[in-house]
Design a protein around this ligand. Structure first.
Ligand code: URP
Ligand code: ZN
Ligand code: ZN
Ligand code: ZN
Length: 472
């Protein structure tokens, strides 16, 4: 099957140029100057299909490097399966996810990884890889880490939060980081001081402060900053590269920036919710509404200016990437487990379908450039997590994961509009985007076009990842 995507502007992390993209089978065969001729042949007449991208951007498919399909959390499971979640991703222009295989305290790492393969295999509409959650470091998990690189799992996540579930103390973190430094694994960190948060949360509930809003009060920014600093110091002493996930506090960004200024291999990711949503407006919504936006790290105060600071950090490269931390739960039967006690609300927001659009809105408002949009959502995720060359770029030999994005189009977000995630509400209800995902190709196959979803469960392949290409 040969496809020509013609007439568009091809955008990369470093520039934009009018070009036609020739796809042969699953890969990009050529990026050509416009007009679609090669050695005198009219290419459009010699391919099986032509996709007209006139007036539109052609970008490498989005890579969402932080998702949680079917994550067991707080007595329930994240509501998107690999099938529903990857279909929603495709709708939104994301063609690769990296999900977190889970090992909880007391379980074995390789059993967790095997279970995640079983959940995903044959069910994904787009390509997928895994990070490994190591929940509670012990002799067994340290030994198991030695096998991860061979499995194509070159990054793993530790938690300084959630005591009793995923938590690792400083001694455990230090030992895991030593091992990771030896193996070339990238350490991903949930940087919040969990034991301190749990005390504050219990005190708030004892005072009758049980609404979702108090989730954000218990998880104070000081406890994100402190944990971020501690993670950086532990990484420093072990010489382990560090990637801090879901950064939301401007003070945590300052810790990352200082470490980077000191030449450390320290990186940070933020998520759309920390760019747009706030403690006051969303977590503080009347009644139990705020539960829709209970996630960790929490939404931060707009009065304190965290959101603007996150945009700035994306511009200055104090933060390198935007992932969703897609972890959806329905209000009915899931979030409502926490009526009367915010501690029992399962943590997570669903955004996988909207990341490319929400970040494009940053281009429209002048917060980031077009090229930075591609870099934050596709190229850097590919480099950070060992996929670059195959993913994250439109170049001969790369997988033909392409998005035709219409800057003159419009996207209304919300249930009954664009909403293919398995959730009974949208955390983004009412958002209006100047831009539209028109056509999505995954390895040369059209999975979304103006007729709707044309992909299938099982098209997506497991990606055995290489070591990070972002480290020096
Ligand atoms: O609230 C969140 N972030 N839920 C998913 C688990 C995690 O910590 O990433
Ligand atoms: Zn986390
Ligand atoms: Zn997460
Ligand atoms: Zn359109």
């Amino acid at each position: 099957m040969k496809t020509l995507v013609s007439g568009g502007t091809v955008v990369s992390a470093t520039g934009r140029t009018p070009a036609d993209v020739l796809v042969d089978g699953e890969t990009v065969a050529a990026v050509l100057s416009p007009g679609s001729t090669l050695l005198g042949f009219d290419l459009a007449a010699h391919v099986d299909q032509v996709i007209d991208a006139t007036g539109k951007y052609v970008i490498p498919g989005g890579i969402d490097a932080h998702t949680h399909m079917e994550l067991p959390f707080g007595g329930t499971n994240a509501s998107d399966t690999f099938e529903s979640g990857t279909r929603a991703a495709a709708w939104g222009g994301t063609t690769t996810i990296i999900d977190f295989a889970v090992q909880r305290t007391g379980e074995r790492v390789m059993d967790g990884l095997g279970a995640w393969h079983d959940k995903a295999a044959g069910n994904c509409a787009i390509d997928y890889g895994f990070h490994q959650i190591v929940g509670g470091v012990d002799e067994d998990s340290l030994k198991a880490m030695e096998g991860l690189v061979a499995e194509g799992v070159t990054s793993y996540k530790l938690f300084m939060a959630y005591p009793g579930v995923f938590y690792s103390d400083d001694a455990q973190i230090l030992r895991a980081m030593q091992k990771a430094a030896d193996l070339g694994l990238l350490t991903m960190m949930h940087a919040e001081n969990g034991p301190a948060i749990d005390v504050l949360a219990a005190q708030l509930v004892a005072q009758g402060k049980t609404d979702p809003y108090y989730h954000g009060i218990a998880r104070a920014w000081q406890l994100e900053e402190e944990a971020t600093h501690r993670a950086i110091m532990l990484a420093d002493v072990t010489n382990a590269p560090l990637y801090v996930v879901h950064v939301s506090a401007k003070q945590a960004v300052a810790e990352l920036a200082t470490a980077r200024d000191n030449g450390r291999n320290v990186f940070g990711e933020t998520c759309p919710q920390y760019l747009y949503l706030s403690l006051e407006e969303q977590l503080g919504a009347p009644g139990f509404e705020g539960a829709k936006w209970v996630c960790s790290t929490p939404l931060r105060s707009r009065a304190e200016g965290h959101q603007d600071h996150m945009w700035q950090a994306l511009r200055t490269n104090d933060l390198q990437m935007v992932s969703t931390d897609h972890c959806p739960f329905c209000m009915k039967g899931q979030k409502d487990l926490g009526v009367g006690d915010f501690r029992a609300i399962p943590n997570g927001i669903g955004s996988i379908e909207h990341r490319m659009d929400l970040m494009y809105q940053g281009v429209v408002t002048g917060q980031i450039t077009l090229e930075r949009w591609v870099e934050l959502t596709s190229t850097t995720p590919a480099r950070m997590f060992g996929l670059y060359g195959t993913k994250g770029v439109i170049a001969p030999g790369a997988d033909a994961d392409l998005v035709v994005y219409d800057p003159a189009g419009h996207t209304s977000i919300g249930v009954g509009k664009t909403h293919h995630m398995n959730m009974d509400h949208s955390a983004w209800e009412g958002y209006e985007i100047d831009g539209h995902v028109d056509v999505v190709l995954s390895r040369g196959t059209v999975v979304v076009d103006e007729t709707g979803f044309r992909g299938r469960a099982g098209h997506g392949r497991y990606l055995a990842r290489g070591l990070s290409q972002y480290l020096v």
